[in-house]
Ligand binder design. Structure first.
Ligand code: PLP
Length: 350
């Protein structure tokens, strides 16, 4: 599929005033300490780096994740390093293997550079089918694991990722995209990016940390991999980062109790909404550990439901080719999800 500006615009378009549960954003902004740190640093916006801010961010990451500082890099979100990983480790000779459905940025970039893209269905319990992924292209350059997966919200166990790491070609790379891991509160793959030189772990502050518009992401990987990813702009990534985001991220990372509270708030809202849908006889894809779920609308298409719910002031997400009858709904605040349930009832029951 070709990426057109129209596609980019369509995916970013938000309906102002609607309940926005279409883009897997957080329902609220940065933690207060993060917002305050960002506001303070605005006064020093004339400096590329007011006060060793990158070092402070990396120290906070090291403290929370146990990743050595030479394996940590920060980015303006995780979309850039996702595409960069495709450009660096895939090629017309070495393909990309992803799950199906999954988040598309990586394979779309791979497709653009002429790499073979192989999509492998999730298992019956919606994990990445790592054995089938390896069998589908045993000589791929890049295997992409999105855990929790977008759009299903489901986790792939670390043991499965380790199995893939131990059985893939030695020079192939595994990219573990953990954009939603804070919502899962589950074991993460950071350790693999410390112990191995062929695994990249990717994080973003766009989700639980409520900083999608501020732009901050992280990668954990061996310095040699980073060097390869940075070839085309000479290690200048530091100058890409907004200092407001660096300051907010640093102040937010260590707030364990607030992170847990936000996760629990999301789980309560998700449970309330999915219970409601099930009571209405709709089927909800089980096992989501993230701020999203997929729902199938009896005799209506996702497109019809998206338009009908929007007419009621609720903007839900899209569907995926692999699951054409299902819509992805993001989890907003309790109030957002109550409005969503009311809108569903109005559309379906009249
Ligand atoms: N990875 C996954 C799985 C996502 O769902 C998203 C955004 O929705 C991203 C990466 C990219 O987000 P960002 O560039 O805001 O970090």
């Amino acid at each position: 599929q070709t990426i057109t500006p129209a596609f980019a615009q369509q995916s970013a378009k938000a309906v102002v005033g609607a309940v926005r549960i279409g883009s897997n954003e957080c329902w609220t902004g940065p933690f207060p300490a993060g917002a305050e740190a960002a506001m303070l640093i605005v006064q020093q916006g004339n400096r590329y780096e007011p006060d060793n801010n990158h070092a402070k961010l990396f120290e906070a990451v090291n403290q929370v994740e146990g990743v050595p500082i030479d394996r940590i890099t920060a980015w303006p979100g995780s979309s850039d390093p996702l595409s960069r990983t495709a450009v660096t480790f895939a090629s017309p000779e070495r393909g990309i293997v992803t799950a199906d459905p999954t988040y598309e940025v990586l394979w779309r970039t791979g497709d653009w550079i002429g790499a073979k893209v192989t999509k492998v269905p999730l298992t019956a319990d919606y994990r990445h089918d790592v054995k089938a992924m390896l069998a589908a292209d045993p000589q791929a350059g890049l295997y992409y694991i999105c855990s929790p997966n977008n759009p299903t919200g489901t986790l792939t166990p670390i043991e499965d990722i380790i199995w893939l790491a131990e059985n893939k070609p030695k020079d192939a790379i595994i990219l573990v995209d953990e954009a939603y891991i804070h919502f899962a509160g589950a074991p993460n793959a950071a350790r693999l990016a410390v112990e191995r030189d062929d695994v990249i772990v990717m994080r973003t502050f766009s989700k639980l940390f409520g900083m999608a518009g501020m732009r901050l992401g992280l990668t954990f990987c061996a310095p040699e991999l980073l060097e390869r990813m940075m070839r085309y702009d000479g290690m200048q990534v530091i100058n890409m980062l907004p200092m407001t985001a660096v300051a907010a991220g640093t102040a937010s990372l260590t707030l364990a109790a607030q992170i847990e509270a936000r996760r629990n708030e999301m789980i309560a809202a998700r449970t309330m909404a999915t219970d409601h849908l099930k009571k209405r006889g709709l089927s909800v894809l089980p096992g989501s550990r993230a701020n999203m779920f997929m729902v199938e609308w009896k005799d209506r298409t996702p497109k019809e439901m998206m338009a009908a719910l929007l007419a009621e002031g609720v903007q839900i997400g899209r569907s995926w080719t692999a699951y054409p009858k299902m819509s992805r709904v993001s989890v907003g605040s309790a109030e957002d999800m109550e409005k969503f349930c009311l809108a569903v009832d109005k559309v379906m029951l009249g």
